[in-house]
Design a protein around this ligand. Structure first.
Ligand SMILES: Cc1ncc(COP(=O)(O)O)c(C=O)c1O
Length: 360
C-alpha cells in the first residue's frame, strides 16, 4: 500500500511544468546567489525550491517535480510531513536551544533510547549528537583514536568513499580528486584500499562478486597489513555499507562478514557510515543489516530529523569512552531537531515506510 498522502495537492497531476525551467523567478534568484554566495558547490540543475509536499517539490515559478533527490537523501518521510511540522512548532514554543554540552533535557534521553532500539549493535550503547554527517565522522574518528589513547593512529578507508568535506572526513573521502585538490596536507595515517565493486572489480573484471570480495579482504591482510602497517596500529576501518557518491555500489554478500572477521582478529573497530544509506532508505533501519554484521560504531545524519540539522554517533558503550571535556559541541542534539527526529522514527514505523521501500 502506498504511504498516506497528507498534502493539499493532487499527486496524479505531477510532474507539471508551467514554465520552462529555470523560469524568470528562478533565474533572478540564481543570479543573486551567484553574486552573494561562494560557488564551491557541485550544483548540476537550476532548481530553485519554493515548497515541498511529501515526495513533490514546487519550484520558484510553480513547476512541480517528483523529488527523486529527496533533498540529497534527507527527506525519507517526505517534505513537510504534518507530524514533523507539528512537533517542530510544539518544541519551538517551549525552548529552541539549551546546549547539552553543559546541561540536560528530556528530549535527549527520549530520542537516544529510540535510537538504541533500532541500531544493529547488541549490548549496551552510547549516543553522541552532532549537527551533520561530516561532524559525525569527525567525532567517530576521535572516538576510534581516543578509545585507544592514540596507540593506534592508523585508519583504513575505501577508494570511492564519501565521508564528508571537513579536514578529518575529507582525509577519508576518495571519490573525486576535486574534493581534496589544493587542500593538502590531509590528516595523516589514513590508508585507502579498493572497494569491492562487483561490476567493475578493481582486481579484474572477470572475477565473480564473491571473488571480488575475497580479493579486497586479501589485499587488506596480505598487502596492507603484511607489507605496510602493523594491524595493531590500526584503530578503525571506516566504510559505507553501500557507497553512495562512489556510484551506489553494493558489496558482495561475503564482504562485510569477512571484514568483521579481520577486524576481530586484530582488535580493529568497524565504523559504519550510514549517513546516506541509513534510516530506512534500503528497507531496513541501517543498510549493514542486509549483511547481518554488527559494526562497533554507526554514524548517521541526513534523514534522521526530516531536514533539521541533526547527526549522531552510536557505538558500543565500552568504546564510546572519550574522557570528560574531550569532545562536545554547542548545537548537537538541538531540541527542535530532536523533536523532529522522534517523529521521523515514529512515522517510519507507523507508516510502514521500510516495507514500502522493500516493495519497490
Ligand atoms: C556517506 C556519507 N557520509 C558523510 C556525508 C557528509 O554529510 P554532510 O554533508 O551532512 O556533512 C555524506 C554526505 O553526502 C555521505 O553521503
Amino acid at each position: 500500500m502506498p504511504p498516506k498522502w497528507y498534502w493539499p495537492i493532487d499527486p496524479s497531476n505531477i510532474p507539471k511544468i508551467v514554465v520552462e525551467p529555470p523560469g524568470p523567478k528562478a533565474q533572478e534568484i540564481i543570479k543573486m546567489d551567484e553574486s552573494l554566495v561562494m560557488q564551491s558547490f557541485g550544483r548540476w540543475y537550476p532548481l530553485v525550491i519554493r515548497r515541498g509536499y511529501g515526495p513533490i517539490v514546487e519550484d520558484a515559478d510553480g513547476n512541480l517535480y517528483i523529488d527523486f533527490n529527496a533533498g540529497i537523501a534527507v527527506m525519507n518521510v517526505g517534505h513537510s510531513h504534518p507530524r514533523v511540522v507539528e512537533a517542530i512548532k510544539r518544541q519551538a514554543e517551549l525552548f529552541t536551544h539549551y546546549s547539552m554540552t553543559d546541561f540536560y533535557y528530556e528530549l535527549i534521553v527520549k530520542h537516544a533510547s529510540m535510537l538504541r532500539e533500532i541500531v544493529p549493535i547488541s549490548g549496551d550503547k552510547r549516543v553522541f549528537y552532532t549537527n551533520s554527517g561530516t561532524e559525525s565522522i569527525e567525532g567517530a574518528m576521535k572516538v576510534a583514536r581516543g578509545h585507544f589513547r592514540n596507540q593506534r593512529p592508523y585508519i583504513v578507508a575505501f577508494l570511492g568513499a564519501f565521508h564528508g568535506r571537513t579536514y578529518g572526513s575529507m582525509a577519508l573521502t576518495a571519490s573525486k580528486p576535486i574534493q581534496r585538490f589544493g587542500f593538502n596536507p590531509m590528516l595523516p595515517n589514513v590508508i585507502h584500499i579498493p572497494y569491492p565493486y562487483p561490476y567493475r572489480c578493481p582486481f579484474g573484471k572477470n572475477l565473480t562478486e564473491e571473488e571480488c570480495g575475497e580479493a579486497v579482504l586479501g589485499y587488506l591482510e596480505d598487502w596492507i597489513f603484511g607489507k605496510m602497517v602493523d594491524p595493531s596500529e590500526v584503530s578503525a576501518i571506516f566504510f559505507e555499507p553501500i557507497q553512495g557518491e562512489g556510484g551506489y555500489v553494493v558489496p558482495p554478500k561475503n564482504f562485510f562478514p569477512g571484514l568483521r572477521k579481520i577486524a576481530d582478529k586484530y582488535g580493529i573497530l568497524l565504523v559504519d557510515d550510514e549517513v546516506q544509506a541509513g534510516f530506512g532508505r534500503t528497507g531496513k533501519w541501517f543498510a549493514i543489516e542486509h549483511w547481518g554484521v554488527e559494526p562497533d560504531v554507526i554514524t548517521m545524519a541526513k534523514a534522521i530529523a526530516a531536514g533539521l540539522p541533526l547527526g549522531a554517533i552510536v557505538g558500543r558503550a565500552n568504546i564510546m569512552d572519550l574522557p570528560r571535556g574531550s569532545h562536545a559541541n554547542t548545537f548537537g542534539g538541538n531540541p527542535v531537531a530532536l523533536a523532529a527526529g522522534i517523529e521521523v522514527i515514529n512515522i517510519i514505523n507507523d507508516e510502514d515506510l521500510m516495507v514500502n521501500a522493500q516493495s519497490w
